[in-house]
Ligand binder design. Structure first.
Ligand code: UD1
Ligand code: UDP
Length: 366
């Protein structure tokens, strides 16, 4: 069988790496399983794309749809047109999409509409309940047309069952982003900012912000950053800046002697900083999962999360987006009362193997 693997944006690359490795193992064991890697081109800067292929040993994409940036509809349209063209010329048997980015939704729609190609959604079923997030629309649309669902939690299973998905199409397998984390944990790399900012284990904060609700409004972004820097007791705040945020930050001229604004980091460098940080402050989804697994306190500047287990089991806490909530959270951190957390069920490094084993069973591959 031929499986298309879709990846378009930074978190996708991290999630697909172990799936590709697991497919290669099946094929080396004699199973009739081949893949094509389709990069939609949603992210294209070296620091948002190419560096992840190099560091995580992801093979070069077989196709790049070169969709690039645009409005939601422009980007969705470009990805759909590019992927449909590829499928019309050369169809696959199964399309695997991961996560909740626009590439995920666009390719799942294109695949279903070209001769009802089967779609498997890895990380299916999660919901924030916040319909103002483009990702929530992507999740709902993708899940409403997917055939198979590989889930990260029992909560995701329940969401799918409540929306009418038959039980036998849902497979609780764990988290492929955590497969990648476990695999690369022994080879994390100290980035140059470590020495430049005189960092030591547990004496700095690592921060990322890229949600439109936090960064597309300059006043809001400035308030958040100012409050974080003022609340962090003079600890260095390391801020690798996503390109969406960089566009806004350039217009604001924020500076502070404890604030280190740097380019997006490679995966190995970024997670080195997370692992050794006093705490993470973020609005990312994936980073809350990684912080949970590494046992690092995590403050999330959002009102909701589609990953509730990072809060109920892990080290994550939702602060909301009101800057007034930041100082009390730092006080709790510095008092030593932050929860320790545990690792969610099946986030054990073997998720991609479970996914690919299941596919081999569904397709009766001998
Ligand atoms: C996207 C995802 C988001 C995910 C994030 C991961 C959607 C709707 N959003 O958000 O869920 O958390 O990726 O990082 O899919 N840009 C560059 N270079 C790049 C990529 C983007 O400069 O390589 C800039 C462009 O100005 C672009 C903006 O960033 O317009 C936003 O990029 P886009 O892919 O639309 O959304 P993200 O904010 O990255
Ligand atoms: N990440 C990285 N370098 C950075 C910031 C994040 O390698 O400078 C990694 C991080 O470890 C995680 C993923 O990018 O694996 C999360 O992506 P992002 O926050 O962009 O998207 P989200 O998870 O919110 O969709």
């Amino acid at each position: 069988m031929l499986i298309d693997i879709i990846a378009g944006a930074r978190p996708n690359f991290i999630k697909i790496a172990p799936i590709i490795e697991a497919i290669k193992l099946q094929s080396a064991a004699g199973k009739d399983m081949q893949y094509r890697l389709v990069h939609t081109g949603q992210h294209y800067d070296k620091k948002m794309s190419g560096d992840f292929f190099d560091q995580l040993n992801i093979p070069a994409p077989d196709y790049n749809l070169e969709a690039g940036s645009g409005t939601q509809a422009e980007q969705t349209g470009k990805i759909m047109i590019g992927y449909e063209k590829l499928l019309l010329e050369n169809p696959c048997d199964l399309c695997i999409v991961v996560g909740d980015v626009t590439s995920t939704m666009a390719c799942s729609i294109a695949a279903k509409k070209v001769n009802n190609i089967k779609v498997a959604h890895v990380e299916g079923g999660i919901r924030s309940g916040d319909w103002t997030m483009p990702e929530e629309i992507n999740r709902i649309v993708t899940d409403s047309i997917s055939d198979y669902f590989f889930t990260t939690s029992a909560v995701a299973n329940n969401n799918l069952i409540r929306s009418g998905v038959p039980d036998d199409r849902i497979f609780f397998v764990g988290n492929t982003m955590i497969d990648t984390l476990y695999k690369h944990m022994p080879r994390l790399i100290k980035p140059p900012i470590w020495d430049a900012a005189k960092l030591e284990k547990g004496n700095y904060i690592i921060m990322t912000l890229h949600r439109p609700a936090n960064v597309d409004n300059g006043i809001k972004l400035k308030e958040l950053i100012t409050e974080i820097v003022q609340s962090s007791a003079n600890l260095p705040v390391i801020f690798p800046v996503h390109p969406r945020t960089a566009k806004m930050l350039d217009t604001l001229g924020i500076s502070d002697r404890n604030l280190y604004v740097i380019d997006p980091l490679g995966y190995l460098e970024f997670n080195y900083l997370v692992k050794n940080a006093k705490a993470v402050i973020t609005d990312s989804g994936g980073i809350t999962e990684e912080a949970t697994v590494m046992g690092v306190p995590c403050m999330t500047l959002r009102d909701s999360t589609e990953r509730p287990e990072t809060c109920t089991i892990g080290t994550n806490e939702l602060l909301g987006t009101d800057p007034a909530n930041i100082a009390p959270a730092f006080r709790k951190l510095f008092s030593g009362n932050w929860k320790k957390g545990n690792i969610p069920e099946l986030w054990d490094g073997n998720t991609a193997l479970r996914i690919v084993d299941k596919i081999a069973i569904i397709y009766d591959l001998s």
